[in-house]
Design a protein around this ligand. Structure first.
Ligand code: AMP
Ligand code: FE
Ligand code: FE
Ligand code: ZN
Length: 312
């Protein structure tokens, strides 16, 4: 790690690191990660990242704490502020309804339309989480909604919190097992979220000065995934990039998505989608190259990234 972080002589504007390590999709306790925003920043530094995006589900709730932690660092580090939005795509003939995740980077958190939509999504997560818990209770599982809320700790509630409650109650051994046995979308206890229309969400992110990147578009193997025509419609609406390198994409998915991105003239990113102990993936397991980061930084004007003193 020491050699990786060794400073090199560069021209103005170029990276100050021999090898920048950029991870643009990470979760904290502001949603369903297990590290607090501050811990997440410190973990990122320990993992050798030079740039990280904090992208909690449907919230900017972790931004301030993460930013404060970055300002206090004594190493060079850049924090990209972001959110992973829960969205849905409807095909033009309305025959398909596909859930997807959209990353928004560096948008103005005060922009009214987007702020209202974030609040709506979080509110929906509460009612939907309670509905899933009630289904489990009815089937005899020893979980309580209060217990789930305590685990979520005020962050955006998600199925991993219900999974943790099932682990704590001794029903399953891991959050992963909870998903496999009880929480998957084809489980009888599942309740869907009231996700945002993706085309509207792309417009809202752009209106707030942000940059929209689709997260792990082909990750949901068993469900419908966005085809080329759908991705083309998102790009026409203003989608700027595709998250290609993600643990849930096979080498073949990545090859095809990269070719598609080139054809659609959008950039590609790679990210860990780190969730702390709720998933096994490590920070920096997948990374984004510097040119793609630069395209995000040059297109965004909603909010500045947060730089540590050494990175300024
Ligand atoms: P929700 O947002 O409530 O629909 O829950 C989906 C979240 O659960 C996603 O953010 C994933 O990170 C997480 N998730 C999905 N599958 C699994 C799994 N098998 N193990 C742990 N977390 C998962
Ligand atoms: Fe998640
Ligand atoms: Fe996601
Ligand atoms: Zn994620």
């Amino acid at each position: 790690m020491s050699s990786r972080r060794r400073r090199i002589r560069t021209t103005a504007g170029a990276s100050k690191y021999a090898v920048p390590v950029i991870d643009l999709h990470c979760h904290s306790t502001a949603s369903d990660g297990t590290d607090s925003p501050r811990e997440l920043v410190h973990e990122a530094v320990r993992a050798g990242l030079t740039t990280m995006a904090i992208t909690d589900h449907d919230t900017t709730g972790g931004w301030d704490e993460a930013a404060e932690a970055v300002r206090e660092l004594d190493t060079e580090f850049t924090l990209v502020l972001g959110t992973e939005f829960s969205c849905v795509y409807h095909s033009p003939d309305d025959s398909q309804r596909i859930s997807l995740h959209l990353l928004g980077y560096l948008f103005d958190p005060a922009a009214a339309g987007l702020k209202a939509e974030r609040a709506r999504l979080r509110e929906n997560r509460l009612g939907r989480g309670e509905a899933i818990v009630n289904n489990l209770i009815e089937a005899g599982y020893p979980v309580r909604w209060q217990q789930v809320q305590a685990i979520a700790g005020g962050g955006a509630v998600g199925r991993p919190h219900i999974g943790q409650a099932l682990v704590d109650s001794g029903v399953v051994r891991s959050v992963h097992d909870a998903f496999a046995e009880l929480l998957s979308s084809d489980s009888p206890y599942y309740v869907p979220k009231a996700d945002s229309e993706v085309l509207t969400m792309i417009e809202l992110i752009r209106a707030a000065g942000g940059v929209a990147v689709i997260a792990h578009p082909w990750a949901r193997r068993r469900e419908q995934i966005l085809d080329e025509q759908a991705l083309r419609r998102l790009v026409d609406a203003g989608l700027a990039g595709i998250e290609v390198d993600h643990m849930d994409h096979t080498p073949e998915d990545r090859r095809r998505l990269r070719a598609l991105a080139e054809e659609l003239r959008v950039f590609t990113t790679g990210s860990s989608d780190y969730h702390g102990t709720h998933k096994t993936v490590r920070l920096g397991a997948e990374t984004t190259d510097r040119q793609c980061l630069q395209r995000i930084l040059s297109q965004a004007d909603g909010v500045e990234p947060v730089y540590s003193a050494q990175a300024r």
